[in-house]
Design a protein around this ligand. Structure first.
Ligand code: ADP
Length: 482
């Protein structure tokens, strides 16, 4: 494949492409075939240190670069990403598995973070006020926090990177990006694009590694990184928060979810089924916003289940590069086993399979769209993100019961509700413990909106007007006026 051949396979440090010091490489595989696509340099801790040194060396000049210049680099990169939509989409489909149509949608979504933050770069504001005693003037400015470490997962190879790189660069921070080892190619392609857009050497550095723990910990303890922005599991997030505590590094944490989706008896069922398909099946269910527990009012439960199962059964599972594919493979064998184990666990505890639920034969990490009803309270799927195309249907009788069930999780990222009653919509939205609510829609992600969670789903917000603030520090200057 030319798109794979054309992507650099080395680490990107200080504006140059370099092999890992150890000479080691890692394998990037196509989850649809199980075959190796290519090999990429596999960084060791020494490579990580060199990347941080490059980011530190570039920090002062980048912070002093006029906002308009930073803005225009991001804007040019946006244009280049859009112009290369087909290549980037194919690259993502090959390394991650999502169908081409979804990959194209991610290119548009991911690119938008660069356009949005190119616009924010020139709107970093401050303030001037008179102190209450009338003496001092309080002058407030905002400065970049400094060199940042950005750690991203594999499920949205482009958008998870641009959502962090965009605001960091707009704010005047230099960065080291550590993408997931399953999907490094999109990030490496992005480095080329940013370079072509005029990004100076050292402002963006990319370290790909199979030894995430070994490479990252010394960087967080090294005293030079001032900010960690992480998207991944709550389990790894906790470890990183502990490491950041020791050197008091600022963090943004986008962690796991366990999204509830509630269908009330006054919902428009067409909208609810459609919204559930999106909330459940976007990205094959491999999204931290994916609906994980679907609560349906008993009076509409049977009809909803029948309609959802029919829609799910009609989806075409296959290689994401083939036209007409709706559902690609899961990321790897571990991801597929996790989803299948959760289905088996639910069935063992009394669930009924309306469609799917069988492991297919043959190569590739495919899993069929699956609908389960009659989930018992003990089933693992109630507490754990399935991260796959499995819809678990539960029922409820009244609003309080639905809200209590929805909130009975340590997570709080996204929640969805379907109702035509405005009072109820607002009342329930306010009571749901989650950072984001889809009201009669299954899609909440939007670069212009603040993305993030409460409880153990994370800290901080990405995107929107607040996204750039995660990479800025206030500075206050006291000015006595005689
Ligand atoms: P997922 O289950 O989606 O792979 P992870 O939290 O394991 O979620 O991974 C998200 C990102 O965190 C990836 O880039 C991964 O390499 C990285 N990662 C995993 N473990 C660690 C660790 N101990 N320290 C730093 N980064 C890690």
């Amino acid at each position: 494949m030319t798109v794979v051949r054309d992507v650099p396979k080395q680490l990107f440090i200080g504006g140059g492409w370099q092999d890992a010091e150890s000479g080691r490489t890692l394998s990037v595989d196509n989850p649809a075939t199980g075959e190796e696509l290519c090999r990429v340099a596999d960084a060791s801790p020494a490579d990580g240190r060199r990347a941080v040194e490059a980011a530190v060396a570039a920090q002062a000049d980048w912070a002093a670069t006029p906002p308009r210049v930073r803005s225009e680099i991001l804007r040019r990169a946006y244009d280049l990403i859009i112009a290369r939509t087909e290549d980037l989409a194919l690259l993502m489909t090959l390394e991650m598995g999502k169908p081409l149509a979804e990959a194209r949608a991610e290119v548009a979504y991911g690119a938008e973070f660069f356009r949005w933050f190119s616009e924010e770069a020139v709107r970093i504001d401050g303030g001037l006020m008179t102190a209450p005693d009338g003496k001092n003037r309080l002058l407030v400015t905002r400065q970049p926090v400094g060199p940042c470490l950005l750690i991203t997962p594999w499920n949205f190879p482009l958008a998870m990177g641009t959502r962090k790189i965009g605001p960091a660069l707009a704010a005047g921070c230099t960065v080291v990006l550590k993408p997931a080892p399953q999907t490094p190619l999109t990030s490496l392609a992005l480095a080329e694009i940013l370079t072509e857009a005029g990004l100076p050497a050292g402002v963006l550095n990319i370290v790909v590694t199979t030894d995430a723990a070994g490479v990252v910990e010394p960087l967080l303890r090294g005293g030079q990184i001032r900010k960690l922005s992480f998207t991944g599991s709550t389990q790894v997030g906790r470890i990183l928060l502990a490491q950041c505590a020791d050197t008091v590094i600022r963090t943004s944490m986008e962690l796991g979810g366990n999204a509830p989706l509630i269908v009330f008896d006054d919902a428009d069922l067409d909208t609810a089924v459609e919204g559930t398909m999106v909330a459940k099946m976007r990205n094959m269910g491999e999204s931290c916003c994916a609906a994980n527990r679907i609560y349906v009012h008993t009076s509409v439960a049977e009809e909803f289940a029948t309609r959802l199962a029919a829609r799910m059964a009609a989806l075409k599972v296959g290689d994401g590069t083939e036209p007409g594919t709706d559902v690609g493979p899961l990321i790897d064998e571990a991801g597929r086993s996790k989803a299948h184990d959760m289905v088996r666990d639910a069935v063992k505890r009394g669930a009924t399979v309306l469609t799917g639920g069988e492991l297919p034969e043959g190569p590739g990490c495919f899993y069929p769209p699956t609908v389960l009803t009659g989930i018992s309270a003990e089933a693992a799927i109630n507490d754990t993100e399935v991260f796959g195309p499995v819809a678990a249907l539960l029922t409820f009788e009244d609003e309080d019961e639905a809200i209590a069930a929805a909130n009975s999780t340590e997570f709080g990222l996204a929640a969805y509700l379907f109702t035509q009653n405005l009072d109820r919509a607002l009342r329930v939205s306010e009571r749901l413990e989650s950072g984001m609510i889809g009201l009669n829609t299954g899609l909440v992600s939007n670069p212009a909106a603040p993305f993030g969670g409460v409880k153990q789903s994370g800290l901080g917000r990405e995107g929107g007007r607040v996204g750039i603030g995660e990479f800025l520090e206030y500075k206050y200057i006291a000015v006595p006026v005689g």
